[in-house]
Write a protein of this length. Structure first.
Length: 57
C-alpha cells in the first residue's frame, strides 16, 4: 500500500507540486511544503523537480 500512496503523491506532484508535498509532510513544522510552494511560484518545473525529490527521499 505504501507504494501506491507514493505513486499517487508523485502524480499529484507533477500536476500540482505543493499538493503532493503537502499530503506527504503537511505545512506545519516541515519546511518542504514552503520551499516547494516558493519554487512553484518562481517556476513550475523547479517546483515539480523539488516535489518529486522531497517525496522520494
Amino acid at each position: 500500500m505504501a507504494g501506491t500512496a507514493n505513486c499517487i503523491d508523485i502524480i499529484l506532484a507533477i500536476i500540482l507540486p505543493p499538493l503532493g508535498v503537502f499530503l506527504k509532510f503537511g505545512c506545519g513544522v516541515s519546511h518542504e511544503f514552503w520551499i516547494c510552494l516558493l519554487l512553484t511560484f518562481l517556476g513550475y518545473i523547479p517546483g515539480i523537480i523539488y516535489a518529486i525529490y522531497a517525496i522520494t527521499k
